[in-house]
Design a protein around this ligand. Structure first.
Ligand SMILES: Nc1ncnc2c1ncn2[C@@H]1O[C@H](COP(=O)(O)OP(=O)(O)O)[C@@H](O)[C@H]1O
Ligand SMILES: [Mg+2]
Length: 233
């Protein structure tokens, strides 16, 4: 069995009298240690899918097997344990705690897990050695995003889910972050899923899952993912 197997997954939202179909008959597999890109325009259903994979939202129908276990059947307690121990999540808009420093934001996240990385070392790895004691309001968007990435990777999660992780970053910082994510997949065996609307990032992934209108449009495998240093976007 693949590390992730999504089978006939559906999700809709009801807003007033309207039903919005966010995910319609989603099917795919992902192998352990892959770097995967979920590509699609705004509104395609990417964040909905990522939130379901991360145990932050539940689907209406269908199976979500992670490492052989169907999380679609988890109760709240099992979901909490799964989010805490297995998943690192990088949010599109950072979600940092404003009155905690960069280091404290990372420390808070690793307190609840075993075999975490050292918060200071992780912040250094994302290029924030000089920002460790700054508060989020004192950091640029790109720096805040890197704190949020440090917070997720410091947990040493099996599954790292990133929602538009380079959306707020300048070109150089974006590349630095992508290199870190690719490194985690290649060297640590972390399964990394990146949601983006930027098709120029596709060559770096092992697998590209294209979404359109709540559905999967195509799935492509790159036998030889491109090194990020040589990527132009
Ligand atoms: N909590 C929600 N309540 C109502 N509608 C939602 C909610 N979350 C997402 N949607 C809708 O579901 C569709 C897919 O959204 P989303 O998964 O956020 O897409 P993407 O991340 O690809 O932009 C959109 O039409 C969006 O407006
Ligand atoms: Mg989104």
């Amino acid at each position: 069995m693949a590390y992730i197997e999504v089978k006939h997954s559906y999700k809709h939202y009801t807003v007033g009298e309207n039903t919005i179909v966010a995910n319609h008959d989603i099917n795919f597999t992902i192998e352990k240690g892959e770097l995967v890109i979920i590509l699609g325009a705004s509104g395609a259903g990417k964040s909905t899918l990522l939130n379901i994979l991360g145990g932050m939202d539940s689907n209406d129908e269908g199976d979500i097997f992670i490492d052989g276990t169907n999380i679609a059947h988890f109760n709240e307690k099992q979901l909490t344990h799964y989010r805490r121990h297995d998943v690192g999540f990088v949010f599109q808009f950072y979600n940092l705690i404003p009155n905690l420093s960069a280091k404290e934001n990372v420390e808070l996240a690793v307190e609840i897990v075993n075999n975490a990385q050292d918060p200071e070392e992780t912040l250094k790895a994302v290029g924030l050695a000089h920002r460790i004691n700054n508060f989020p309001a004192q950091l640029s968007g790109g720096e805040q995003q890197r704190v949020s990435i440090a917070r997720a990777i410091a947990k040493n999660p099996k599954l790292l889910l990133c929602d538009e992780p380079t959306g707020a970053l300048d070109y150089h910082t974006g590349k630095q972050v992508l290199k870190l994510l690719q490194y985690m997949a290649q060297h640590d065996g972390t399964t990394v899923i990146i949601v983006t609307h930027n098709s120029a990032l596709c060559p770096i992934a092992n697998r590209v899952i294209r979404m359109h209108d709540a559905k999967i449009k195509s799935i492509t495998i790159n036998e030889h993912p491109q090194d990020i240093d040589t990527l132009e976007y």
